[in-house]
Design a protein around this ligand. Structure first.
Ligand SMILES: Cc1ncc(C[n+]2csc(CCOP(=O)(O)OP(=O)(O)O)c2C)c(N)n1
Length: 654
C-alpha cells in the first residue's frame, strides 16, 4: 500500500487481498532458499496475476532475498529491481515474467511438467534429488483468458500432482464486479479437467488456508485448485471489495484510514524487527538446501555419471563437443545433397543432433506428422510415462508456447514445439515473453508460406515472417535447403540468450551446392551463395524456399552474361549482428541494383534493397491451389525473377 502510494501507481488491491494466503504459503509451505534463488530443487512460485507485483516484492524482501527496502521504496521507478510487473532475470526470486494474464499459469504448468520429467529421468531408488512443487497464484483475469483453459485442461490430463494453484476469487476485475462477465462455476470447470478442487476456502482465515494448502500438497495424482474467497483491497475500510483498489493508489486519506483500521502504527517502509525475524526464511532455506546437498552427494557417489549429467543439464550447458558434432552434421547434410522439404530436413536435424541431447523436450499442437517434430528418439510424455521427451500438446498453440517457456525457465530441458507458421499468431504473446525473458525455446513453424498450396489463404502465412522479425531478441531462421536447416537447428540450440523460430517449407527444396568456405558462413545469417565474375551489377537476396527460384534465375542471367550475385539470407537478425565489413562484403554499397525474393509481405526488405530496390513477394492474402500454380500467380518463378533483374538493370542503365 505504501509503495503503491509512493509511486502513485500500481495495484494495491490484489496484494492486500492475497496477503493472508501468501503469509501461510510462504511461511509454512514454500521450500526455497532466499540466499540461492537458483537452487535446482526449490519450489517454484509463480504470480500469474502479475499486476500484484508488490505482493511478490514484499514476500521476497521479508523472506530475505537480495531485495532491500530501498528497492521497495523505488517501486516502478527507472532502474529499480521492482518494475511494474515482475521480471525474471531482473529481480532475484522472480521465477517468470508475468503481467500478460494467464501466461504465468501456463508457465507454471510447464514448470510442473519439467519437474516431473526431470524427476523421472534422474531420480533413482532412495535418491529423490528432484522433488519440488509449483505454486501459482491466479486471479479472475487469468482464468477468463483462454490460455488458462488450454493449459489447465492439459495439466489435468497429464495429472500434474505437484502443481498447486490458488485462485483469488474476489469477484472483482477492472471494470467492476465480474458477475456481469464471468459467471461460470470455476470449481466445476476445473473438476471437469480432472483437477482436485478445494471449494469455498476463506482466504482470510489462516487455518482454512493452511488446511487447503496441506490438502493440495497431500494430493499427488492431480493438480490442485484452491478456490479462495477473498476481499480485494482487504483492510482499506472505505475501498475494500471494490474495483477502486485494483489498479490505483489508495490515496493518502485511505492509506491513513487503513493504518488506523489495522492498528498499524509504523511509518511507511518501516518493519519492526520482530516481524522481520518471524519472516526470515534464510536459516530454514539454508538448512533445506544443505540437506539437499547432502542427499545429492550421496546420489553422486551412487550414480556419478548421472549426477554430472544432472548438473550439466540444470546449468543449461550443451554436452562437451556438441559444436563439432553439429558441424559434422552440417557437413554430412552438405555431402548428402538431399532434395527434401525443410520440414523434413528439420526432422533429419533432430535425428542427427537429438541423440546427443537428452534435454530436448519436443512436441506439436496436433500437427506432429506435418511438423515433423517427432524423431526416432522421441518417447511420449504422458501421465503414465512422465520421463518421455515428446508432448502431444493437442490443439493449443498459445499454451504450448507458454508451457515451453515454463519448461525453459524450470531448467534441465530445451523445449521445442511445432505448428503451422500461420498459427504463430495464436501464440504470439508467448513468443514475445520468450524473447523478453531471453529463453531458449525453439519454435518450429512449418508450412511457412503460399508454398503450402491447396489449404489456401487461411493457412498460408504471408505477414508472419516479417512480423516475427520485428520482435526484439527473436531469431527467425528460414533455411533454403537441408544444409541451412541443419545449421539453423545448430544455431537455435546453441543460442542460450533467446528464442529462435525455424520457418520451414512443406514442399521439396533443391539442394544448393556450397564450397567449404561457404559452409563456414552459414552461421553468419547471410552469405553469398552464387558469385559472378567481378563486381556484381545486381544482387538478388532470397530466403527459404525462394532461394531455389532465385538460383534458377541467377543461372539464366549468368548464361546471358549478366554479373548477378545471389545472397542467401536465412537469418536477418544474425546477419545484422555481423561486423559492418562482412555485411558490406555480402551486400556491396556500390551495387544499388538490389532485389529481394521472399514469399511474404515485402516491406521488411526495404532495409536491404533500399527505396529504389525491387521487392518480389506476396503483399496480399494467398490463393487455394497446388503450390506451383500459386507461385506462378504471384510471379515467384525463375523467369519472372530474371525478367525483373533485367528490367532493373536496364532502368539503371537508362
Ligand atoms: C492479457 C491481459 N489482458 C489485459 C490485461 C490488463 N489487466 C490487468 S489486471 C486486469 C484485471 C484482472 O482482474 P483480476 O484477475 O480479477 O485481478 P484483481 O482485480 O483481482 O486484482 C486486466 C484486464 C493484462 N494484464 N493482461
Amino acid at each position: 500500500m505504501d509503495a503503491v502510494q509512493a509511486a502513485n501507481s500500481g495495484h494495491p488491491g490484489m496484494p492486500m487481498g492475497m496477503a493472508d494466503i501468501a503469509q501461510v504459503l510462504w511461511n509454512d509451505h514454500l521450500r526455497h532458499n532466499p540466499a540461492n534463488p537458483a537452487w535446482p530443487d526449490r519450489d517454484r512460485f509463480v504470480l500469474s496475476n502479475g499486476h500484484g507485483s508488490m505482493l511478490l516484492y514484499a514476500l521476497l524482501h521479508l523472506s530475505g532475498y537480495a531485495l532491500d527496502m530501498d528497492e521497495l521504496r523505488a517501486f516502478r521507478q527507472f532502474g529499480s529491481k521492482t518494475p511494474g510487473h515482475p521480471e525474471h532475470g531482473h529481480t532475484p526470486g522472480v521465477e517468470t515474467t508475468t503481467g500478460p494474464l494467464g501466461q504465468g499459469l501456463a508457465n507454471a504448468v510447464g514448470m510442473a511438467i519439467a519437474e516431473r520429467a526431470l524427476a523421472a529421468q534422474f531420480n533413482r531408488d532412495g535418491h529423490d534429488i528432484v522433488d519440488h512443487r509449483t505454486w501459482v497464484f491466479v486471479g479472475d483475469g487469468c482464468l477468463m483468458e483462454g490460455i488458462s483453459h488450454e493449459a489447465c485442461s492439459l495439466a489435468g490430463t497429464l495429472a500434474l500432482g505437484k502443481l498447486n494453484c490458488v485462485y483469488d476469487d474476489n469477484g472483482i476485475s477492472i471494470d467492476g464486479k465480474v458477475e456481469g462477465w464471468f459467471t461460470e462455476d470455476v470449481a466445476a470447470r476445473f473438476e471437469a479437467y480432472g483437477w482436485h478442487v478445494l471449494r469455498d476456502v476463506d482466504g482470510h482465515d489462516p487455518d482454512a488456508v493452511e488446511a487447503a494448502l496441506r490438502a493440495a500438497a497431500h494430493e499427488t495424482s492431480r493438480p490442485s485448485l484452491i478456490c479462495a474467497k477473498t476481499v480485494i483491497g482487504r483492510g482499506a475500510p472505505n475501498k475494500q471489495g471494490t474495483a477502486a483498489t485494483h489498479g490505483a493508489a489508495l490515496g493518502a486519506d485511505e492509506v491513513a484510514a487503513t493504518r488506523a483500521a489495522l492498528g498499524w502504527t509504523h511509518a511507511p517502509f518501516t518493519i519492526p524487527k520482530a516481524i522481520y525475524q518471524a519472516w526470515d526464511a534464510r536459516a530454514r532455506g539454508r538448512a533445506l538446501e544443505k540437506d539437499w546437498d547432502k542427499r545429492f552427494a550421496a546420489y553422486r557417489k551412487a550414480h556419478p555419471a548421472l549426477a554430472r549429467e544432472f548438473l550439466r543439464r540444470t546449468r543449461g550447458a550443451l554436452p562437451d563437443g556438441f559444436d563439432s558434432h553439429a558441424r559434422s552434421a552440417v557437413a554430412r547434410a552438405a555431402a548428402d545433397a538431399a532434395q527434401v522439404a525443410s520440414r523434413k530436413a528439420s526432422e533429419q536435424a533432430l535425428e542427427a543432433l537429438g541423440p546427443a541431447l537428452p534435454e530436448l523436450l519436443g512436441g506439436s499442437a496436433d500437427l506432429t506428422g506435418s511438423n515433423n517434430t517427432r524423431w526416432s528418439g522421441s518417447k511420449t510424455l504422458d501421465a503414465a510415462s512422465p520421463g518421455g521427451n515428446y508432448l502431444y500438446y493437442g490443439v493449443r498453440e498459445f499454451a504450448m508456447s507458454a508451457i515451453g517457456n515454463g519448461i525453459a525457465l524450470h531448467g534441465g530441458f530445451i523445449p521445442y514445439s511445432g505448428t503451422f507458421l500461420v498459427f504463430s499468431d495464436y501464440a504470439r504473446n508467448a513468443l514475445r515473453m520468450a524473447a523478453l525473458m531471453r529463453l531458449r525455446n525453439i519454435f518450429v513453424y512449418t508450412h511457412d508460406s503460399i508454398g503450402l498450396g491447396e489449404d489456401g489463404p487461411t493457412h498460408q502465412a504471408v505477414e508472419h515472417t516479417a512480423t516475427l522479425r520485428l520482435m526484439p531478441n527473436m531469431h527467425v531462421w528460414r533455411p533454403c535447403d537441408a544444409v541451412e536447416t541443419m545449421a539453423a537447428w545448430k544455431a537455435a540450440l546453441e543460442r542460450s540468450s533467446g528464442p529462435s523460430a525455424l520457418l520451414l517449407s512443406r514442399h521439396n527444396l533443391d539442394h544448393q551446392t556450397r564450397t567449404s568456405a561457404q559452409l563456414a558462413l552459414l552461421e553468419r545469417g547471410g552469405y553469398v551463395l552464387a558469385h559472378c565474375d567481378g563486381e556484381p551489377a545486381a544482387v538478388l537476396i532470397a530466403t527459404g524456399s525462394e532461394v531455389m527460384i532465385a538460383a534458377a534465375a541467377h543461372a539464366m542471367l549468368s548464361a546471358q552474361g549478366l554479373a548477378v550475385r545471389l545472397v542467401s539470407m536465412p537469418c536477418c537478425e544474425v546477419f545484422d549482428a555481423q561486423p559492418q565489413d562482412y555485411r558490406d562484403s555480402v551486400l556491396p554499397a556500390a551495387c544499388s541494383v538490389r532485389l529481394s525474393i521472399e514469399a511474404g509481405v515485402t516491406d521488411y526488405w526495404c532495409k536491404y534493397v533500399g527505396s529504389g530496390g525491387v521487392r518480389l513477394g506476396v503483399d496480399r492474402f494467398g490463393e487455394s491451389a497446388p503450390y506451383q500454380r500459386v507461385y506462378e500467380h504471384f510471379g515467384l518463378t525463375p523467369e519472372h525473377v530474371a525478367r525483373a533483374v533485367r528490367e532493373a538493370l536496364s532502368r539503371t542503365a537508362a
